[in-house]
Design a protein around this ligand. Structure first.
Ligand code: HEM
Length: 410
């Protein structure tokens, strides 16, 4: 009799408490598991590397993602991009936040990833937007319900085209700049401050191929744009809801920039852009006296539960409260940016730093999402009473599909 192949299902350990999640994130023998089916984009990108390979890549990319770069982005690079993207809608008196958020965050993420747009036309932006859509599909193939092989081939073709159209000319421009730097014709400050430049500068140290650079830049584009765009709409929604219930705070939203930043942190805690983290156990792990993970087992960190852990965030942990006080050492956004080796490299850029009492507001980093939301409220954004928001029906995840707002004149 032919032997029946037995496919063993991995043991799944789900983590729902804040302290256990922190411990899991710190375990060196837990390896990334979230992108197993998304290799076409994610095969060897930072978030999918482990141990020494991850350390080497992160060390190089950390050279870019430093405080000075974030200040440069927040104070010099981002404000004109926010104005350019949002002002036409303000002039029109209305906007739809889901598409505006994606447009805006992609424009910002393109700069930080190193994707140049020499034409600067809306058509060029739309083409890039289409590529971004493909990359998101590629990274999340695990959730795709149609023909996976066909979708993978489509994403792979999009990567090739993106490489030829956007990346190769950008690589050439950066190689020329690096040659000029070597010849002493320009200084460090004249180099673009983006991931592509950092990778090319450290190409030999990393032993990285063109295809791997292409995946990494595409991953940065989607890691920066999609997460921040969903946060942008949700923060705006939560603030509008808060103001409806607390009209006394209406002025605060324009006069106190920390209020918008706190509302952002509170939103990201309650509605993490990536609601689960997943890891494979490379060895038997005793996480706590009560939690053993066998080698080959899978750990699922349920961030919605973790970030609403009443023992840490209080009995009203499930409510939105921008004035929430959290215990010393606990970030107000919970573990929504991860922790440990894969902790989000763009966290300070996206959400700024947590303001400490007595610190100087002049030296404070507010973050890209609070900055963009602030811009809406500075220009009087209100919900459109005749066109209520709708959820995105094409996914089981709680994304808004449409979010109309008005900018009343005068
Ligand atoms: C609201 C905005 C954002 C949220 C909620 C977020 C969330 C996260 C989370 C949860 C992780 C860890 C994944 C894991 O442990 O498996 C992560 C990693 C990462 N994020 Fe973000 N992110 C945001 C914005 C950004 C931005 C703007 C960038 C652009 C630079 C970025 C780049 C990355 C990268 C490169 C990693 C991988 C780090 C590593 O593996 O060492 N993220 N992010």
């Amino acid at each position: 009799m032919a032997e029946q192949a037995v496919i063993e299902e991995p043991e799944i350990v789900t983590i729902t408490s804040y302290d256990e999640a922190r411990m899991a994130y710190r375990q060196k023998d837990l390896r990334q598991a979230l992108y197993d089916a998304g290799e076409v984009i994610m095969e060897d990108v930072l978030v999918n590397l482990h141990a020494e390979e991850h350390r080497a890549r992160r060390r190089v990319e950390n050279r870019l993602y430093r405080r000075e770069t974030f200040f440069h982005y927040e104070r010099s690079l981002f404000p004109p991009i926010i104005e350019e993207t949002v002002d036409p809608y303000i002039a029109e008196g209305k906007a739809e936040l889901v598409s505006l958020g994606h447009q805006l965050m992609m424009n910002l993420a393109a700069y930080t990833a190193g994707v140049d747009r020499p034409e600067g036309t809306p058509e060029e932006t739309f083409r890039l937007y289409d590529y971004l859509g493909s990359f998101i599909e590629g990274a999340t193939l695990a959730h795709y319900t149609g023909d996976k092989a066909a979708k993978e081939a489509e994403v792979s073709a999009a990567l090739d085209k993106f490489g030829d159209e956007f990346l190769k000319p950008g690589i050439e421009r950066r190689r020329e700049a690096l040659a000029k730097l070597a010849a002493g014709e320009i200084t460090e400050d004249d180099l673009p401050k983006d991931v592509l430049t950092v990778l090319l500068r450290n190409e030999e140290e990393l032993g990285i191929s063109y295809e791997a650079i292409r995946r990494e830049v595409s991953f940065y584009l989607l890691a920066g744009a999609h997460t921040s765009a969903t946060a942008f709409t949700r923060v705006s929604h939560n603030i509008l809801g808060w103001l409806a219930d607390h009209p006394e705070d209406t002025d605060l939203v324009r006069t106190d920039r920390l209020f918008v930043q706190r509302a952002t942190h509170e939103t990201i805690r309650l509605q993490p852009s990536s609601p689960t983290a997943m890891r494979w156990a490379l060895s038997d792990i005793d996480l706590t006296p009560g939690i053993q993970i066998p080698k080959g087992g899978k750990v699922v960190i349920d961030l919605i539960s973790v970030n609403r852990d009443a023992a840490v965030f209080g009995d009203d942990a499930a409510d939105f409260n921008p004035r929430r006080e959290v215990p010393e050492g606990v970030p107000p956004y919970g573990l929504s940016f991860g922790s440990g080796m894969h902790a989000c490299i763009g966290q300070d850029m996206a959400a700024g730093l947590v303001f400490r009492d007595g610190a100087d507001l002049e030296d404070h980093l507010f973050g890209l999402v609070p900055g963009a939301v602030q811009y809406l409220f500075d220009h009087g954004a209100v919900a459109d009473p005749d066109d209520p928001p709708e959820m995105d029906a094409s996914t089981s995840r709680p994304y808004f599909g449409r979010y109309p707002v008005l900018f009343p004149k005068g």
